[in-house]
Design a protein around this ligand. Structure first.
Ligand SMILES: Cc1cc2nc3c(=O)[nH]c(=O)nc-3n(C[C@H](O)[C@H](O)[C@H](O)COP(=O)(O)OP(=O)(O)OC[C@H]3O[C@@H](n4cnc5c(N)ncnc54)[C@H](O)[C@@H]3O)c2cc1C
Length: 407
């Protein structure tokens, strides 16, 4: 085995998923020297985020990555959102009617976007090592140093800034002395890749039922990503069968008659806990975490990729603003924690309304319905999927207003 030291680089990124590859692309395009390490030899469908909310689409656009997703990863813009109650479709809601600066949701196959962005990072001039294993991360003299095994060679990276984009079980976070702290899951989310829905393909579809909801996001070539949000117990039963039929039968039961009669499974199926994971540490000396490594959002709320693109935009802006990067990690981490905190609070306020049961919850739902009649914006939180968290404050008085406790 030989050893080498990489030439001085500006930014080393550990993890080449959507967060890592997206950041590598944007920074390399801006002229920074970027090296990225991705351990997996190939991306596969792990049932992850495939629908990006309008505020995340705006963040994507600001980074220049929306164009890449649409043109090279066949991402589809869904200008409408249609809700179904008791298997009846409501009026399709067009995002741009209320939020003129939004174009809608973006629906894209996750591994396809990963592949596209990784290739884009290479094209933009980033050095991508894949597959490569991180052997160790240390901070001699307060500067990050990363040992990486690339084939038979051990390379040492000494970047000006180290970015951990290595997902919810981040090794970089661990090396910084941090951990992921996961909230108790209040319900579960299942996902499957299906073909054969007879539903308009310019809309996201959300079917509501007593203790959960199902969502269908049309994608390329007649396929759709379907998610099913339900109590943990039901998820356990559906999971045990390890077959798509149980999940498909539930979708057929909650969507309008005939719209899901011919669906077939064309990918893996899986169930996951619905809860937030907070990172106890998001920055360190000349080091910072982004994407799920910096804390992940309750998947049923679907803000994960929007946060990813927010992180890419925010970190890039800060690095371009100043030549002295020493204060950037802390400033980024503070703003990130604030925004994630707002999304987490909102997810917790919504959870009992979606999957709760019993008299008390019924009373809360009625109270919330009355509150919406008085203030349809819910203090701004009703528009969180379009506006994002930045302009919102999730304090106790906002929660009381959201739950109608001030009436
Ligand atoms: C069931 C489910 C449904 C979801 N639905 C949505 C949705 O509808 N909309 C939405 O916006 N979000 C959704 N999300 C969240 C979204 O998928 C994540 O927020 C997003 O994928 C995070 O991307 P990332 O790049 O930060 O992390 P990851 O996708 O985890 O990428 C991390 C990368 O780092 C690499 N890596 C890890 N460790 C190392 C190492 N030591 N060395 C080198 N490389 C390493 C991995 O191989 C991987 O490629 C969902 C999540 C789940 C679980």
């Amino acid at each position: 085995m030989s050893t080498s030291i990489d030439l001085p680089i500006d930014v080393a990124i550990i993890g080449g998923g959507i967060a890592g590859s997206g950041l590598a692309t944007v920074l390399a395009r801006a002229g920074f020297g970027v090296t990225m390490i991705e351990r997996s030899p190939a991306f596969r469908d792990r049932i992850r985020g495939e629908s990006i909310h309008p505020w995340g689409v705006r963040e994507m656009d600001a980074t220049g990555l929306l164009d890449v997703a649409v043109k090279r990863a066949d991402a589809r813009i869904l200008p409408f959102w249609t809700k179904y109650q008791d298997r009846e479709a409501g009026e399709p809601y067009r995002w741009s009617d209320d939020f003129p600066d939004t174009i809608g949701e973006l629906s894209v196959q996750h591994p396809r976007l990963q592949d596209t962005l990784l290739a884009e990072a290479r094209d933009a001039g980033a050095k991508v090592h894949r597959p490569a294993n991180v052997l160790g991360i240390s901070w001699p003299d307060g500067r990050p140093e990363v040992g990486v095994a690339i084939g038979d060679t051990v390379t040492t990276l000494r970047p000006r800034l180290l970015v951990g984009a290595d997902g919810v079980h981040s090794l970089t976070r661990k090396a910084l002395g941090g951990e992921g702290v996961t909230d108790v899951p209040h319900h579960a989310i299942g996902g499957a890749m299906l073909r054969g829905f007879d539903l308009p393909d310019d809309s996201a579809h959300q079917a509501l039922f007593d203790d959960g909801f199902a969502m269908v996001f049309p994608q390329m070539c007649g396929t759709s990503r379907a998610y099913y949000v339900c109590p943990n117990l039901e998820a356990e039963t559906l999971r045990l069968s390890d077959q798509p039929q149980g999940l498909m039968a539930r979708l057929q039961a909650v969507l309008p008659d005939g719209t899901a009669s011919n669906i077939e499974s064309v990918g893996p199926i899986g169930f996951f806990p619905n809860s937030e994971t907070l990172a106890s540490v998001v920055h360190g000396p000349h080091s910072v975490l982004i994407g799920d490594a910096a804390g992940s959002n309750d998947p049923s709320q679907g803000h994960g990729l929007s946060l990813v693109f927010r992180d890419i935009r925010d970190l890039t802006d800060r690095l371009r603003e100043t030549c002295d990067w020493s204060m950037v990690p802390q400033a980024f981490a503070d703003a990130r924690a604030r925004d994630h905190g707002v999304l987490r609070a909102h997810a917790q306020w919504v959870a009992p309304l979606v999957v709760g049961a019993g008299l008390e919850i019924e009373r809360l739902r009625e109270q919330v319905a009355r509150a919406r009649e008085q203030d349809p914006s819910a203090g701004g939180f009703a528009g969180i999927f379009a506006t994002g968290p930045e302009s919102l404050v999730a304090d106790e008085s906002a929660r009381q207003l959201f739950h109608g406790e001030d009436l």
